[in-house]
Ligand binder design. Structure first.
Ligand code: ATR
Length: 271
């Protein structure tokens, strides 16, 4: 039977096995999906061995999303641009193809949760400049968002993304991010702020238009303080769980041949 899995260190916290096993079960596919705890030093050996053990592919998570680019034989344009991969496909000819579906997952979740949002309608305010922000910025630019207002606690990291991804990005100082709130048609938190056990994101939403869509990549809790505040102002909010679920779609489809659906039953099963 075809096998897939998720490679990371540590890996016990990963929701991907619940996600993919739910889909295998729902579609009656004889296959399995397992967590694989792999250290940096063994990464290449393990990845090269997996196809010989019946694996058709794998997801890659922290801390291996960048180093896996050195191991794969083919990289998608998206993986090159983002500088990270989260999905591996083990091809019949023995070659390993690496792709990044995080941006796809972000956009698919946004479209599902905020069907009336349109990329062309105005600027997006992105908070954070880490790995998740890179994938999201690339996806937003690709979707045609005219301007990305980027705020990060460590400003030089935002400046570096501007240098890399171009003038569509305008760096906003972290302590002045709230001045950009009124301009934004979309607000995205890509930091860990608001997650259970982390400090809250201290962003005043004064001036926020009720037409602005607010989304968070944090999904523990599902309703972050940012989303609660935005909802109280009448905004459409999109939680972070859907991004995780949607990023798994392209991999599952390529490995197992069925394009899986993201719906409420899946959300309940994964949470
Ligand atoms: P990920 O891959 O999830 O994006 P990351 O690359 O470690 O993780 O990025 C974490 C992001 O959260 C960064 O933008 C980080 O800001 P810095 O670049 O200044 O470190 C942001 N972040 C984490 N903790 C934060 C805090 N307490 N206050 C503000 N930003 C924080």
């Amino acid at each position: 039977i075809p096998l897939a899995g998720v490679i990371g260190f540590p890996i016990g916290h990963s929701a991907s096995p619940r996600l993919h096993k739910y889909w295998l079960n729902r579609y009656g596919i004889a296959g399995d999906y397992v967590p694989l705890q792999v250290s940096e030093g063994s990464l290449e050996t393990v990845i090269r061995a997996l196809p010989k053990m019946g694996f058709v592919g794998a997801n890659v998570t922290i801390p291996h999303k960048t180093s896996v680019l050195q191991i794969a034989d083919h990289l998608s344009d998206r993986a090159i641009l983002v500088g990270a991969a989260n999905t591996l496909i083990f091809r019949a000819d023995g070659k390993i193809h690496a792709d990044n579906t995080d941006g796809y997952g972000f956009m698919a979740n946004l479209k599902q949760g905020a069907p009336n949002w349109s990329a062309a309608s105005g600027p997006a305010l992105v908070l954070g400049a880490g790995g998740a922000a890179r994938a999201i910025i690339v996806a937003l630019a690709d979707a045609g968002v005219p301007q990305i207002l980027l705020a990060n606690r460590t400003r030089p990291k935002a400046e570096a993304l501007r240098a890399e991804f171009g003038t569509r990005i305008k760096v906003v100082d972290w302590v002045q991010a709230q001045d950009a709130v009124a301009e934004a048609h979309l607000i995205v938190n890509t930091t860990s702020l608001g997650m259970t056990g982390q400090p809250d994101l201290k962003l005043s939403l004064d001036g926020l238009s009720a037409d602005t869509v607010v989304t968070d990549i944090v999904y523990k809790p599902l309703r972050t303080p940012l989303l609660e505040q935005a909802a109280a102002r009448g905004c459409v909010t999109v939680d972070g769980l859907g991004m995780l679920l949607h990023q798994g779609v392209p991999g599952f489809e390529r490995w197992f041949g069925t394009r899986p659906e993201v719906d409420d039953a899946l959300r309940a099963a994964v949470l």
